[in-house]
Design a protein around this ligand. Structure first.
Ligand SMILES: Cc1ncc(COP(=O)(O)O)c(C=O)c1O
Length: 454
């Protein structure tokens, strides 16, 4: 593969302002970026503004955006009602260091959409939400071990980092203590017998956490039929079931995956859409578990009986304003349905191009997103019904980074910014966006062929 192939040459020509900024950024940040997912070779693009489904870079290029705030902007960029709500709040203050009315409205909005949430606490990110859920479940059950599923991502706290990448827990994640990993059990999803056997064999496992539609949203899919046995088994064995709805919450339906699949988890982790594109997260769930966060009748705080929960920006009023308005706007389901329809059109269109070329790739998934299998998985060609459940998590999660970097750059040359392996779609994406994206995809494949990457 030529390092300076046509894709890189054209990329450098189209994005000179970004190249110049990246020179400076490399002197500030490791690898020049502030989020590992934004790392791109030869350099990432720098964005100046965004609207709806589009964003504009520092060179003035207009780009269709499939990051949409890492999935937090289901309504698209700068939704006028969300912006107005945030503006009103900015006029009143950004941080009162005190309780405020909007935090109650925010909690009520979540509780209306997710009845499993009997009590809630706001945090600042999905990583904090899962950290809190895992610690709280440990405190409630008194059991040290946590079971998670291969390839499922729950943020980057110590426990969550275990079992995300294709070794699935065999290698200690960089910087994580061996003692943390010793208390993690990782198995594939979709196998109720294995789940039950594992939980019965190890009574130290007190909790199970799952990304309900699959690891990385849908990269390693969870069968809808797995949810009922998962709930039945965990309930029967007294194991706390945590749904990580950081991506799926308020996206796959207004009430998240738990509404879609009719399941009542014990605890739910939320972030992204919850805070309407601003920093924010939450943990909610069963009153008897959440009670461990309360002072109870004892006014003296006691570190062994109450789980301490500070956080400077918890329930920040600006995030609350964006969150309340966003949840109000998604509550009737029409925004989710619109984004879902675009997701289906995109998956179908991408697969038609893939089939036409006989490529061993596939666009798959559900709702308002798509995952992309880019060959190398040991399957040949995309069967009409892509056998997403019959391919191992290792194959689905594996990625050829060189191909992904080339693919992302080639798509950007066609005016489309996609994270590569999976993408998020908003209610603001249109039929025109889909048509333009498919044309960009077709051309990207030509370019990759010219560069010898395909
Ligand atoms: C399912 C899931 N859980 C947790 C997280 C972590 O959220 P955050 O990036 O807000 O820390 C993510 C982030 O993408 C996620 O997809």
């Amino acid at each position: 593969m030529a390092a300076d192939g046509i894709i890189e040459r054209e990329f450098r020509k189209k994005f000179p302002g970004s190249a110049a900024l990246y020179e400076k950024a490399q002197k500030c940040f490791p690898s020049g970026v502030t989020h590992d997912g934004r790392f791109l070779k030869p350099f990432p693009i720098y964005i100046r503004r965004a609207e709806g489904s589009r964003k504009w870079d520092v060179d003035g290029n207009e780009i269709i955006d499939y990051w949409v705030g890492h999935g937090s902007l289901i309504l698209g960029h700068r939704h006028p009602e969300v912006i107005a709500a945030v503006g009103r709040q900015l006029g009143c203050g950004t941080h009162f260091g005190a309780c405020h009315e909007l935090e109650i409205a925010w909690a009520k909005a979540v509780m209306r959409l997710m009845p499993s949430v009997e009590k809630i606490r706001f945090v600042n990110s999905g990583t904090e939400a899962t950290l809190m859920g895992m610690r709280l479940a440990r405190a409630f059950t008194g059991k040290p071990k946590l079971l998670k599923f291969q390839g499922h991502f729950h943020g980057w706290n110590d426990h969550a980092m275990h079992g995300v990448f294709p070794d699935f827990g065999k290698v200690l994640p960089c910087g994580v203590l061996p003692g943390v990993s010793e208390n993690m059990v990782v198995i594939p999803a979709n196998n109720p017998e294995l789940l039950e056997e594992t939980l019965k064999r190890d009574p130290d496992i007190g909790q199970v956490i799952i990304e309900p539609t699959g690891g990385g949203f849908t990269d390693v899919p969870v069968r809808p039929a797995f949810h009922k046995p998962l709930r039945d088994i965990t309930r029967r064995l007294g194991v706390v079931l945590i749904y990580d709805e950081v991506i799926t919450g308020f996206r796959v339906s207004p009430g998240g995956a738990q509404a879609l699949y009719g399941v009542k988890p014990d605890l739910t982790c939320m972030a992204k859409i919850l805070a309407g594109g601003f920093p924010g997260g939450a943990l909610g769930g069963r009153e008897d578990i959440m009670r461990l966060l309360a002072y109870g009748s004892d006014p003296e705080w006691n570190a062994s009986r109450k789980m301490y929960h500070p956080g400077t920006y918890n329930a920040n009023p600006v995030s609350a304003a964006a969150g309340v308005k966003t949840l109000e706007l998604v509550s009737d389901g029409s925004a989710c349905a619109r984004a879902d329809a675009t997701g289906k059109a995109l998956r179908d269109g991408l697969n038609a191009i893939i089939d036409n070329r006989g490529l061993p790739w596939a666009a798959y998934g559900l709702s308002s997103g798509y995952s992309m299998a880019m060959g190398g998985g040991g399957w040949s060609g995309r069967a009409a019904d892509f056998p997403q459940f019959d391919i191992s998590p290792e194959q689905l999660k594996s990625k050829n980074s060189a191909v992904i970097h080339k693919f992302r750059c080639a798509m950007l040359l066609g005016g489309v910014d996609t994270p590569g392996k999976h993408s998020w779609i908003s209610a603001a994406h249109s039929e025109q966006d889909v048509a333009q994206t498919l044309a960009a995809f077709d051309r990207a494949l030509d370019l990759m062929k010219s560069d010898g990457v395909l």
